[in-house]
Design a protein around this ligand. Structure first.
Ligand SMILES: Cc1cc2nc3c(=O)[nH]c(=O)nc-3n(C[C@H](O)[C@H](O)[C@H](O)COP(=O)(O)O)c2cc1C
Length: 339
């Protein structure tokens, strides 16, 4: 485990619920945080942009009210995702609102930017930047990101091609700051696996699409429940950047998921006039959804992850004596959620 800033030590669970374009909303974020995981949403989900003010107020007030009523079980901090790509013409507006609400954690994606990191530090916030390889990880830290999100193969949305084992190992060789691992994590044993590899957090997206609070059509939620990794297709056609998608939604759009044309990064557009069409009609998902068996409230999903983490920890604990270790501190459960 690395040295974590206070705000990242606060959550009861080593889980960050990742931002989901269109899908995440204040109700989902509040449910995630009060269940003990860091909840998040993209600033761009608030449309028109003025809505972001209301949404940040709703999250702040919702979490404050929870904390007043449950001082013994405080909510985890929340995070806002900023797409820092040059096509995002709302960035200055959205950053000003993040400053107004002193957003505790900012997740940046698609190009690390020094001035954004400095702005977040100015109000005492922490920046986590997502990367798909070790080279981008170096660049992000050089530009002042506090922590990294290693997006490995099999992640939903824009995903890399690196094995999580290779990616975390390479980053941990030189970086001892906050590190989250992303890609196909949807059960508690995998959360524990991410920690064992050297990450501080598991970063989980697709599993939260199949929650009651998620702003996704029922058909999308059910597709997440029904699908497995065999149904996931990796393509750059829809946004210009490679990502993972549900094959049935590609077929429904009249395309052959096994023979998709290719695109290129110049197709990326996160501007206010972008139609956000790709993510609406073509459903993004990571490979880990075999673990998702039902649409449930987000708090229930986090409860399952927590129970599975404890069971996996107990399993490891049970294995250790057989490996010749006496009953010592080393035999204590690997992970224990904070009270
Ligand atoms: C439908 C969908 C939308 C996403 N939208 C965003 C986004 O707006 N910003 C972002 O940083 N990541 C986005 N992601 C990627 C997630 O943040 C995260 O890396 C990924 O979901 C983790 O892999 P998993 O889905 O296998 O858990 C999205 C993922 C999905 C599935």
């Amino acid at each position: 485990m690395s040295k974590l800033p206070d705000v990242l030590r606060a959550p009861r669970l080593p889980i960050i619920c990742s931002p989901l374009f269109i899908i995440s909303n204040p109700k989902l974020v509040i449910a995630q945080c009060i269940a003990g995981a860091i909840g998040s949403m993209p600033a761009l989900n608030a449309r028109p942009s003025e809505l972001l003010d209301e949404w940040l107020a709703e999250i702040t007030e919702g979490l404050d009210a929870w904390n007043r009523a449950h001082p013994d079980r405080p909510a985890a901090p929340y995070a806002i995702n900023q797409i820092v790509h040059k096509s995002n013409d709302r960035l200055d507006h959205d950053m000003a609102l993040c400053e107004k609400y002193k957003v505790p954690v900012v997740i940046t994606s698609l190009g690390a930017r020094e001035e954004i990191n400095q702005a977040v530090h100015g109000w005492g916030g922490v920046v986590l930047h997502d990367v798909i390889n070790n080279g981008f990880a170096h660049k992000a830290v050089d530009k002042g990101a506090d922590g990294l999100i290693a997006v490995a193969a099999g992640a939903g949305g824009h995903a890399g091609v690196k094995s999580p084992f290779a990616l975390v190992q390479e980053i941990r060789e030189w970086f001892d700051g906050p590190l989250a691992l992303s890609g196909s994590i949807a059960d508690g044993a995998s959360v524990l696996g991410a920690l064992a590899m050297g990450a501080d957090f598991a970063y989980i997206g697709s599993a939260f699409i199949a929650t009651e609070e998620a702003r996704a059509p029922e058909g999308y939620k059910q597709a997440i429940v029904n699908a497995t990794s065999d149904d996931i297709v990796y393509s750059n056609l829809f946004t210009g950047v490679h990502g993972n998608y549900l094959a049935p939604s590609i077929r429904a759009a009249g395309l052959d998921p096994d023979n998709l044309p290719t695109s290129d990064p110049s197709a990326m557009n996160f501007g206010s006039n972008a139609k956000a069409k790709a993510w609406k009609d073509i459903w993004g998902s990571g490979q880990g959804i075999g673990a998702v068996k039902a649409v449930v409230p987000a708090g229930e999903l986090i409860g399952r992850l927590e129970r599975e983490m404890e069971a996996a920890s107990a399993r490891l604990h049970g294995i250790r004596p057989a490996a010749g270790h006496a009953s010592t501190a080393a035999n204590q459960p690997v992970v224990q959620a904070k009270a």
